[in-house]
Every structure is written in structure tokens, then in C-alpha cells.
Design a protein around this ligand. Structure first.
Ligand SMILES: C[S@@+](CC[C@H](N)C(=O)[O-])C[C@H]1O[C@@H](n2cnc3c(N)ncnc32)[C@H](O)[C@@H]1O
Length: 243
């Protein structure tokens, strides 16, 4: 799926293009996220984080943290000791930083530039690594998962939330219409980026969801994998253990 890229720049790889796109839409990202998902993304995040309640969760790394919404929800629900967010897009992190300051959470939540495929941490540093709506954007998903595996503690957990494709009638058809027709129109209107909300459905359709993603997680070493579809399969939670 590394061939699905936001723009048509033959000289730039997927990572560079993804970075460029998220830097461009950073200031409208939060609004569009909630608007285009009709607020359901908030419910999905809460459901995903709830799955970490009975696991060790004192130290958390949120990969592809973006504007930090997943991390803020994790702070509320899990009360960790420390949470670090990494992302390749500086402008997304700028928005996250403004929110950290506004919420006075600087002692607890730090954000830094970092690539999932080369995480700037020693091995076994975190109880939990989370990625919400990020893996689909990685240039090399397997390398990203290998890095995540490396930085998780021995008893640790990975939690991934990602869009998937519903397969049942009529949800499949409604979803396809909304995702391929409605969403790109509103996305273009509000984000002022012609491609960002076309790339979104393209990247979701190219993503190896469900069993294929579970197999990829297993191939890097994760065990006891839970794959939990939400909202008729519009998105899926994947949880895996290192031990
Ligand atoms: C759709 S946003 C998700 C942001 C946030 N996690 C959320 O749930 O709202 C995807 C984020 O992934 C980041 N990203 C893409 N590839 C990445 C990589 N290789 N390493 C780190 N972050 C990456 C993008 O810059 C972007 O901020």
C-alpha cells in the first residue's frame, strides 16, 4: 500500500507526501475529524482506550499522535504517569502543543518529532504503544510495527485503531457513497486541500484490514491479538501483547 500517496509528486516518497499533507491540513484537522465522522470518532477512541484499563498502562507512547486527541483521552481514562506523542508532521504537533499548554498537561504529556519506522527510543520503554488512524499512513507498515514491538516492555501492549471496510449490505454501499462522494466534497471545502480527503478513502481501501492486519501483527511477534470491529466494521480496534 506504499503506492497509495496523497499527491502526484514522482520525486517524493509516501512519507514525505503524508508529512506535507498533514502539515497542510493541521489547522482544520480536529474540526473536520469530528464534523465528517459526526462525532463518532470520539466514541471509537473511548472504546479503544477502555480496552487498556486492565493492562499495565503507566507509560504510554502514542505514535502518529497528530493533534493529540487520542493521547488526551488516554490521559483522562487511564491516568498514566507519562505519555509521549511522536509524529512526522511538525504542524500537527504544534496544534497538539497548544492544547497541552491550554490544558496544563506539560508535566505529563510531551510531543516530539519522530518516525514510526525509526522510533527515537531505546528498547522496552513503554507499557503501551497506541496508534490511532496512523498505521494506514505509514510508508512501511511492517517496519513501523517492528519498531513498535521493540519499544514495548515485555508485559506490554499495542493498541491500534484504524479504518476498515464494512462488508454487509447496506452499510457497505452507504459507507462507499459517503466515503467516496460526500467526504471528499466537504473535505475539499473546509481543508482547502484537493487531495487529502480523496487520499483518505483510497488509503482505507488499500489497507490490509481485519485478518490480514492480524497476520502482519503476528509476523512481527505480537500474541493474543484481539480484532474488534466497531460501527459495523467502519473501523477496527486491534490489541496485541508482547509476551
Ligand atoms: C489521521 S492522523 C491521526 C492523528 C491522531 N492519532 C488521531 O487519532 O487523530 C495520522 C497522523 O499520522 C502521522 N504519520 C504518518 N506517518 C507517520 C510515521 N511514519 N511516523 C509517525 N507519524 C506518522 C501523520 O503525520 C498524522 O499526524
Amino acid at each position: 500500500m506504499s503506492h497509495i500517496k496523497p499527491y502526484n509528486h514522482p520525486s517524493l516518497g509516501k512519507k514525505e507526501q503524508v508529512r506535507m499533507m498533514f502539515n497542510k491540513i493541521a489547522n482544520t484537522y480536529d474540526f473536520l475529524n469530528h464534523f465528517l465522522s459526526l462525532g463518532i470518532d470520539i466514541v471509537w477512541r473511548k472504546k479503544a482506550i477502555a480496552m487498556l484499563k486492565n493492562k499495565p498502562n503507566r507509560t504510554i507512547l502514542d505514535v502518529a499522535t497528530g493533534t493529540g486527541d487520542f493521547a488526551f483521552e488516554a490521559i483522562k481514562m487511564l491516568k498514566p504517569q507519562k505519555i509521549v506523542g511522536v509524529d512526522i508532521a511538525a504542524d500537527m504537533l504544534k496544534v497538539a502543543q497548544q492544547k497541552i499548554e491550554k490544558k496544563r498537561l506539560g508535566h505529563l504529556f510531551q510531543v516530539t518529532l519522530g518516525d514510526s519506522e525509526q522510533l527515537p527510543f531505546e528498547k522496552e520503554q513503554f507499557d503501551v504503544v497506541t496508534v490511532s488512524f496512523g498505521v494506514r499512513n505509514f510508508e512501511d507498515v511492517k517496519k513501523g510495527l517492528e519498531n513498535i514491538y521493540r519499544v514495548i516492555n515485555k508485559q506490554g501492549t499495542v493498541l491500534i485503531l484504524e479504518f476498515s471496510r464494512p462488508s454487509q449490505f447496506p452499510i457497505k454501499q452507504l459507507y462507499s457513497f459517503y466515503f467516496n462522494v460526500v467526504l471528499p466534497i466537504f473535505g475539499r471545502l473546509f481543508s482547502k486541500d484537493n487531495r487529502a480527503y480523496q487520499y483518505l478513502p483510497e488509503s482505507v481501501y488499500a489497507f490490509p484490514d481485519g485478518k490480514r492486519f492480524v497476520a502482519l501483527m503476528e509476523s512481527v511477534g505480537f500474541n493474543e491479538i484481539i480484532c474488534k470491529p466497531l460501527s459495523f466494521g467502519v473501523c477496527t480496534i486491534y490489541v496485541g501483547s508482547k509476551c
